[in-house]
Write a protein that binds this ligand. Sequence first.
Ligand code: MG
Length: 291
Amino acid sequence: MKIAAYTHQGQPAVGLVSADLKEVRPLDLPAHLRAFGALPVIEALARGEPMPALGPAVALEHIQLTAPLPRPRRNIFCVGKNYHAHAKEFAGSGFDSSAKAGGDIPTVPIYFTKVPESVIGPNEPILVVPEVSTAIDYEAELAVVIGTGGKGIKAADAMKHVWGYTIINDVTARDWQSRHMQWVLGKSFDTFCPMGPWLVSADECDGTKTSVRCYVNGEERQNASTTDLIFDIPTLIETLSAGITLYPGDVIATGTPAGVGIGFKPPKYMKAGDVVRVEIDGIGVLESPVR
Ligand code: MG
């Protein structure tokens, strides 16, 4: 199934998207929960409750999609340098404050987070402010959404904890990422986490082997398979949950492939007027204008 969060006639709603992607049927959720998008649905399913009742279908063209998790319960967990080719391009960029000589490929997953308030929905603008950063980059990523929570989850059991997937653009201010010797500032600017277009359940999308692509103004920049991940999804969940309890609706962005703007000489950073389009097979398209 695909769970979308959206506004319809000015009101927040959550619903299931039809297989032909033409309609959405709203879920009967209490009004105070609808602003949290798919989160209360994932939580209810994790408690073993049935899916809320469905209302009458509405054409997708009559709604406005928002991020499926517009207000995540806490920071988005993210993994840095998790594709072999990207780890090499990033180490070679001179911007990598974590790079060590001869050690381009990490030996353990590199985790950081983005604050929940950085999340925006499909077609909402990524804001670039030249006075603050002149090196704003895109990163197309598959994001895992946790269903059943847990702690000390072993890799062999990890996929049972995955509810499904969505797309994230892990927008990054490279100058801040380098200068401040950590990643949270440059990754968490307002609007730096486009998410969507919806959540797709794991029975409809195999995140362990799907294709991730990114286009800027129609020019292909990234194109890779998640089979090229350095640390696969079970390993990421095992590592993260060793000391941190995971909850339903937690989001783990699995890293970006080669082809980010900083990998070009000279770098191809985003500028006002650009349109960034991320596609993942089995999920859909997440497009963001840059302003
Ligand atoms: Mg990233």
